[in-house]
Design a protein around this ligand. Structure first.
Ligand SMILES: *[C@@H]1O[C@H](CO)[C@@H](O)[C@H](O)[C@H]1NC(C)=O
Ligand SMILES: *[C@@H]1O[C@H](CO)[C@@H](O)[C@H](O)[C@H]1NC(C)=O
Ligand SMILES: *[C@@H]1O[C@H](CO)[C@@H](O)[C@H](O)[C@H]1NC(C)=O
Ligand SMILES: *[C@@H]1O[C@H](CO)[C@@H](O)[C@H](O)[C@H]1NC(C)=O
Ligand SMILES: *[C@@H]1O[C@H](CO)[C@@H](O)[C@H](O)[C@H]1NC(C)=O
Ligand SMILES: *[C@@H]1O[C@H](CO)[C@@H](O)[C@H](O)[C@H]1NC(C)=O
Ligand SMILES: *[C@@H]1O[C@H](CO)[C@@H](O)[C@H](O)[C@H]1NC(C)=O
Ligand SMILES: *[C@@H]1O[C@H](CO)[C@@H](O)[C@H](O)[C@H]1NC(C)=O
Ligand SMILES: *[C@@H]1O[C@H](CO)[C@@H](O)[C@H](O)[C@H]1NC(C)=O
Ligand SMILES: *[C@@H]1O[C@H](CO)[C@@H](O)[C@H](O)[C@H]1NC(C)=O
Length: 792
């Protein structure tokens, strides 16, 4: 049955394929809608109409007439009693009609000639006379028919049709004229055998003589037949069948083996047994394996109602089969014995059973075995399986996927002929890399628990393909372990950003699949994106399946569209960009200081603004002050600096502005008074005291006194009246320790430095003038009063 529907599907899809090429298909699917009539409001462009599983019992002329594009009509599983092909009169493109499983008794009229697929099986036809109306269907490839009585004459009308597939449903068969089926001209016959008591002998004889490819469904009750052995042998003796499929079989062990023995000695080369239900006791039975054409033996889906029996009897029959391909899948077998003699079996396929580790252990007769598939069984220890392969010198392909396999570090002994190994969907960890055949070319480790490639693994120099999809790898594997690797699949792991080293090691891989990993879209990923840019086309699924997962603001963005500025990522560049400007500025500042005395100007400017500020702040206080103040400043200096004071300081201060008056002891001291008296007098009458500092000054006792008085005044009246001019730099050691006041003054007060460069003198004078500049009473009267005062 499954085989039939597979064929139907394949057939249908091939049709759909060709239609798609010409015009797009418009599908109307009304399957299982409980309809009792064909809907009348369908699109006139409908190409595929599925009305299966409804209750439609009659078709009207107008039902399909407006759908000129209709190509496929499925009316199976309805309640049609009769059909007049006139309803298809306007459906010239109709190619596929399924009328199976209705209650049709007669069909009148002719189907459209384009018909390629017609199924009228599972109906109530009494005879196959309806075939007479099919003679015009020269395109017909698939024909499904069924009737209670079959006669040669019914098929005579269609012998000229070149069919590919004939389904002959004989469920209700009550009469069969020998030779009828042989009238058909078809590549493949599928006969659904009668279920009742009717003996299908002549049907079978005809079938095995007619075609090389035969399927027999619904085989049961043969054990009831008289002389069943001879019966079967006879059929087998007449056979030209090479591909035989027996599906939906219900047989006991004895008759199954007898039937197999007949088939074994017949023309059959490939035997497929699908859906076998075995009952009765399993006993030891001899089987003659000699003289057979059998090359492929397949059991797909088998069940048994007997459980307590010697397993050896059952398995021995299959183990000794001298075929090329032996397949037993979905049969729940729990063991398989080792062939007693060197076996011819090349391919063993035991998928989806319950086989344990012990299978074929110490079995050295499977010398020609090339491919062994033990997927979906109960294998547990990889090392045990490796030992099993040791005795299989021709083994190339080994599939042990989907088993509860694990590996914990035992020594492995693989057959060194294995080039293809499937270990997908097991419970394997990274350790498994220490237990692999060195000859491997293709290794599938999909869907395991692998996190990395262990460093101590031996290189797989021949490996071309490595599939590590659906594991827990956090980085690309180190490809230097696989020097010839061409295809690498690490899709759906937990690789957030492949490391630079791994990318480099995998440079020679031609196809790299890293899709569906949780990419961390930051600097480290740049290597990976650059890898794609440098060798485009290598990444499978790029760009659609490469999406950022982290950080949150990048989630969902395609790697292709992510922009990571180079600067962020290149440490050297970052250093260059940040550090270079800083170094430049420092250098600039250094140059400014060194060659243009920037700090000096800065200091001067600073002092200037401070002075201005102070003047503004204390404007009011000056009123009172001015009354006693006669001079703008008193100058104190060492005798050694007298020449600078007389020839530089005084002329410059008094030059442009005659209003500035300076009290200088040589000029303004009153003779007769003691020097100290003179000094005190002078300081008292001056708004500011200027001290010209130099090493000489510091050593002069006089000056110390002067400074003392000035200082005294500074503290008692708090008038900020000190101005220090540093004529020459004074090394700290030159200041005697007793002059601690001078020391503190020099460290507290900012002083004006006498610049050596003449270009800077202008600013110096301006600054100094600003510091002593104050509006004193009229210069004329003041000057005279001062003189008079001094002279008095
Ligand atoms: C119509 O729908 C059914 C399920 O409702 C589905 O099995 C069938 O394949 C569909 N037919 C077509 C032609 O798509
Ligand atoms: C046809 O009519 C039925 C109801 O009468 C409606 O459910 C259906 O969608 C219609 N189909 C089309 C293709 O218009
Ligand atoms: C028609 O319906 C039957 C039953 O559902 C199904 O087996 C068959 O594949 C259908 N044919 C097409 C062409 O959909
Ligand atoms: C035919 O259809 C009926 C119900 O529609 C179902 O009971 C029967 O099993 C079907 N026969 C086959 C062979 O599918
Ligand atoms: C079937 O229809 C054809 C043509 O309409 C007719 O000749 C034949 O007698 C009918 N058969 C039965 C059994 O009704
Ligand atoms: C197979 O035969 C039994 C009778 O033995 C019958 O009831 C059943 O419908 C048949 N099955 C099929 C799929 O034809
Ligand atoms: C089988 O049939 C033959 C006659 O054709 C008869 O003699 C014999 O007894 C039958 N055997 C059984 C087991 O029915
Ligand atoms: C098979 O047919 C050959 C002749 O065609 C005959 O000699 C032989 O006995 C037959 N074998 C059986 C088991 O019927
Ligand atoms: C082996 O098969 C050949 C034909 O294929 C036949 O002639 C011969 O008799 C068979 N031998 C045995 C022992 O069955
Ligand atoms: C045996 O199986 C292999 C692999 O599936 C296939 O290529 C080969 O054609 C099969 N041999 C026969 C005789 O069917």
């Amino acid at each position: 049955m499954a085989f039939v529907s597979f064929c139907l599907l394949a057939f249908a899809s091939s049709f759909v394929g060709t239609w798609c090429a010409t015009s797009p298909s418009v599908i109307a699917n009304y399957s299982g809608q409980g309809l009792s009539t064909v809907p009348t409001n369908l699109s006139s462009l409908t190409t595929i109409l599925d009305l299966s599983f409804n209750f439609i019992h009659a078709l009207e002329d107008a039902d399909f007439s407006y759908m000129s594009e209709l190509r496929l009509l499925n009316l199976s599983h309805n309640a049609l009693n009769e059909l007049d092909c006139k309803v298809f009169e306007f459906n010239k493109n109709l190619e596929f009609v399924d009328l199976s499983n209705n209650s049709l008794k007669n069909i009148s009229g002719l189907f459209p000639e384009a018909l390629r697929h017609l199924d009228i099986s599972f109906n109530d036809f009494k005879t196959m006379s309806v075939c007479k109306g099919l003679a015009n269907l020269l395109q017909l490839e698939y024909l499904g028919i069924g009737a209670a009585e079959i006669e040669r004459s019914d098929f005579e009308a269609i012998t000229h049709l070149q069919l590919r597939y004939a389904l002959i449903e004989l469920q209700r068969l009550s009469g069969y004229e020998a030779g009828s089926i042989s009238m058909l001209n078809t590549e493949h016959i599928h006969i659904i055998l009668p279920g009742g008591t009717f003996d299908p002998y002549s049907v079978l004889i005809d079938a095995v003589r007619t075609t090389k490819s035969l399927e027999l469904s619904n085989i049961s009750g043969w054990q009831l037949k008289n002389e069943s052995e001879k019966y079967m042998a006879d059929i087998a003796n007449n056979s030209i069948v090479t591909d035989l499929t027996l599906s939906h079989i219900k047989l006991d062990w004895f008759h199954l083996i007898k039937a197999l023995q007949c088939i074994w000695h017949s023309s059959v080369e490939k035997l497929y047994i699908y859906d076998l239900n075995l009952f009765g006791f399993v006993t030891k039975m001899d089987f003659d394996y000699s003289n057979t054409s059998m090359k492929e033996f397949v059991v797909d889906k088998a069940s048994t109602t007997v459980f307590l029996f010697n397993q050896e009897y059952l398995y021995r029959v299959f183990a000794e089969m001298n075929v090329e391909n032996l397949t037993i899948i979905s049969a729940n077998i729990i063991f398989m014995v080792c062939p007693l003699k060197p076996s011819t079996i090349q391919n063993i396929h035991f998928e989806d059973n319950a086989l344990p580790d012990k299978i074929f252990s110490s079995c050295n007769t499977l010398t020609q075995l090339r491919s062994l598939n033990l997927a979906q069984n109960k294998l547990e220890k990889v090392s045990k399986i490796s030992e099993m392969t040791q005795n299989m010198p021709s083994l190339k392909h080994l599939d042990i996927s989907t088993n509860p396999l694990h590996y914990t570090g035992e020594v492995c002994h693989w057959s060194q002929s294995i080039i293809w190994l499937n270990l997908a969907s097991c419970d394997l960890t990274s350790l498994v890399f220490n237990c692999l055949p060195k000859s491997l070319k293709i290794l599938i480790l999909k869907n395991n628990d692998i996190t990395h490639i262990p460093l101590e693994m031996t290189k797989l120099e021949n490996l071309k393909l490595l599939n590590l999809a659906f594991n827990r790898m956090s980085d690309l594997p180190d490809c230097s372990f696989f020097t010839r690797l061409a295809v690498l699949n690490v899709q759906s792991n937990i690789i957030s950003s492949p490391s630079r080293e791994s990318i480099k090691s995998c440079q020679s891989v031609k196809e790299l699949n890293v899709r569906h990993n949780p990419f961390q879209c930051d600097c480290d990923l740049k290597n990976f994106i650059d890898f794609e840019k440098m060798s485009p086309g290598k990444l499978i699924g790029w760009p659609d399946s490469y999406i950022c997962e982290h950080p949150d603001d990048s989630r969902g963005i395609n790697l292709k569209n992510i922009h990571i500025p180079i600067v962020y990522c290149n440490v050297y560049l970052l250093i260059a960009i940040i550090v270079l400007p800083i170094m430049f500025i420092v250098a600039l500042l250094y140059c400014l200081c060194k060659y243009f005395d920037g700090p000096w100007y800065l200091k001067m400017l600073c002092q200037w603004t401070r002075t201005k500020h102070r003047i503004r702040r204390k404007k009011n206080g000056y009123e009172e002050l001015q009354k006693e103040t006669v001079f703008h400043a008193f100058v104190s200096y060492s005798e050694h600096d007298a020449s600078w004071v007389k020839h530089t300081l005084l002329p410059n201060l008094e030059k442009n502005n005659a209003s500035i008056r300076i009290c200088q002891h040589e000029r303004n001291f009153v003779a007769g008074k003691s020097i100290v008296e003179n000094i005190i007098n002078c300081i008292d009458k001056s708004y500011k005291s200027i001290f010209v500092l130099s090493p000489n000054f510091v050593q002069s006792e006089w000056c110390h006194y002067e400074l003392y008085f000035a200082h005294h005044k500074l503290y008692t009246e708090n008038t900020d009246n000190l101005i220090l001019i540093l004529l020459e730099p004074i090394p700290q050691y030159l200041i005697p320790s007793k002059y601690y006041k001078l020391k503190t003054l020099m460290s507290q007060r900012t002083y004006l430095e006498w610049p050596k460069e003449t270009g800077k003198h202008g600013l110096f004078w301006a600054n100094l003038r600003a510091a002593i500049n104050i509006n004193l009473p009229d210069p004329e009267s003041q000057s005279s009063s001062s003189v008079s005062h001094v002279s008095s």
